[in-house]
Design a protein around this ligand. Structure first.
Ligand SMILES: [Zn+2]
Length: 339
């Protein structure tokens, strides 16, 4: 009997040693110490043991049970701590790993150029005003001194919704709305999308963007216009930038001019950028025509003002040295990613 007990203990300890999970340990406990386990089986043989031997055998049985239980308990603890360790290892957060990158894209060159233009004028105290892209003929042409038979209407041929409604050809229409509101003085820019019935080529598109500006107050002169636009050019193209005004004609301003800036690439010596001329045309401007004031109900004897219009694409093309306007609209990511 003693031998059987020793063998059972050895056997049990060996199995516990091999066990690699808590479930297996439990199976071993049942197999050796359970009600139908091997130890219980051996105990049943106690009746064959001589009475004087029984206490001694009983003690050995108890010792065997205690020994197995102790080893089982240790094995259980060690397995549990190993399991915890494995769990912690698998759930560990490596703070040195690079963060997940969210692809949010970035601003289009037009947007970048617009932000810059806005920043400059807002810095000078201008308000940014937006208006409708679908506009009445009156606001787009007539109120800007372009009557039905005016040749300028041909140059700005657009898309008509019906006889009186069209897609605006210029953001100047927003200025008319502001003048009609009659809250003077006015110091505003109106950026936005405009439409013309133009064929697509390197410098034309049926849909493009303008930023128009307008200042109306008492005693506004051409000197204010020049000072403002010269400052704008310096902020946009650099402090060395010079400006030059060439007489021009626009129906809603008198006198009118086109403004050139000294080439920011060559400084005026002449290069590919400025086509060898040293100057680059960037905007049209002028003093608001008294007739335009009259039509919008502003006292032309009390107020004067100036207006200017900038092609946003032109600024974007110049600033980023892009030589074909179509690139701005093709939405080729490889191109757009550069800005
Ligand atoms: Zn140049």
């Amino acid at each position: 009997m003693n031998e059987r007990l020793v063998k059972l203990k050895e056997n049990a300890l060996a199995k516990i040693n091999e066990a690699d999970s808590l479930d297996k340990l439990n199976d071993i406990r049942v197999a050796f110490l359970g009600k139908k386990g091997e130890l219980t089986e051996i105990l049943k043989g106690m009746k064959d043991v001589a009475p004087e031997e029984r206490p001694k055998v009983g003690q050995i049985v108890n010792e065997t049970r205690a020994a197995i239980e102790e080893v089982l308990e240790d094995a259980k603890k060690s397995l549990a701590s190993k399991a915890l360790e494995a769990k912690l290892k698998s759930e560990v957060i490596d703070v040195t790993l690079p963060a997940k990158k969210t692809n949010v894209g970035h601003s289009h060159p037009n947007t970048l150029a617009l932000e810059e233009v806005k920043k400059i004028f807002v810095g000078m105290g201008y308000e940014v005003v937006e208006g409708p892209e679908v506009e009445y003929d009156y606001y787009n042409f007539e109120a800007l001194n372009i009557p039905a038979n005016h040749p300028a209407k041909d140059e700005q041929d657009t898309f008509y919704i019906d006889e009186k409604t069209l897609l605006r050809t210029q953001t100047s229409s927003v200025q008319v709305h502001e003048m009609e509101r009659g809250k003077l003085p006015i110091k505003m820019i109106s950026p936005g999308r405009v439409y013309r019935a133009d064929e697509v080529d390197a410098t034309h598109s049926p849909c493009f963007h303008q930023v128009e500006g307008m200042v109306i107050d008492e005693n506004i002169t051409f000197a204010d216009l020049k000072g403002t636009l010269a400052e704008f050019a310096k902020q946009l193209f650099g402090p060395e930038t010079k400006v030059k005004f060439r007489p021009h004609h626009f129906p809603f301003t008198e006198p009118s001019a086109e403004m050139d800036v000294s080439c920011f690439k060559c400084g005026g010596k002449g290069c590919r950028m400025c086509k060898g001329e040293g100057w680059i045309e960037i905007l049209g401007c002028g003093m608001i025509h008294p007739h335009v004031f009259e039509m919008s109900g502003i006292d032309k004897d009390k107020y004067t003002g100036f207006a200017f219009g900038i092609g946003l694409e032109r600024i974007a093309l110049l600033k980023y040295e892009i030589d074909d306007m179509r690139l701005l609209y093709e939405n080729d990511e490889r191109f757009l990613k550069q800005f």
